[in-house]
Design a protein around this ligand. Sequence first.
Ligand SMILES: [Zn+2]
Length: 314
Amino acid sequence: MPELPDVVAYVEALQPRIVAQAIRRVRIESPFVLRSFEPPVEAVEGRAVERVGRLGKRIVLELGDELFVVIHPMIAGRFRWLAPHAKSPGKITLARFEFDTGVLVLTEAAQKKRASIHIVQGGDGLGRHRPDGLELLDPRETHVLGEDNTGAAASVREFAAALRSGNNTLKRALTDPHRFSGIGNAYSDEILHAARLSPVTLTSKLNEEEVARLFEAARGALAKWIAELRREFADHFPGAGEITAFRPGFAVHGKFGQPCPVCGAKVQRIRYAENETNYCPGCQTGGRLLADRSLSRLLKDDWPRSVDELEERG
Ligand SMILES: [Zn+2]
């Protein structure tokens, strides 16, 4: 979180507001957020933003002469767009970028600060922030930055190879940033529901037809939600609480106990690590309720030890 549709929404909200605008001043309010030392933050002041794009879940401001600002929101990092000279929200502000057109504020409302900013010089430096997960949609339409953005979206064969690169639960495989770009806890639940597959099915158990169905479901769910968010934020910058893993239009994610919009069965959950996965027994498990405790253990054992490990590579 934020996942691909959220990151695309941020990129598209930023483009008309800051492209061709000079960064007048940068204020780092929480020193830990800045993880690079060279070039210094002053190097970006006075520079105009040439492009806004993304690398995985990172938002990248390209300033020309191979100078980049790379912002990784991790789990709780969010952006706000304020009027010029407006004060930023107190304790949760990590950094502010001041433009003539307004102020871009990076916030993080969490005890543990995970979001990061890197000031990067050179294409090689930028390459280190490029995750290796497959892009399931057209990289140009989803604003992937760099030479690769002329590449094609992954094919079903590439998808199948990435999916089966380890024998894991589908939930784990879909959210693995080494395999796929931009899919997290919320959209993996929605994708698995659309594909009518159980989150705890192992990748090795899927036949070709199921893999193809999962591929189409993944592309379909991501494209659908990119379009939904595009409509939602057409007239305003995403506000506080509007980039969220809990959307009224979701079928199963965050809908524990509510009726499935397809079959009406009650949405169930499996809790593991710091997360829970939601599924519809009617659509995804042939009506079976998955026993929470043993499946929690299965998912937990299939999970990286820390949430940072999962997010940082995304
Ligand atoms: Zn259902």
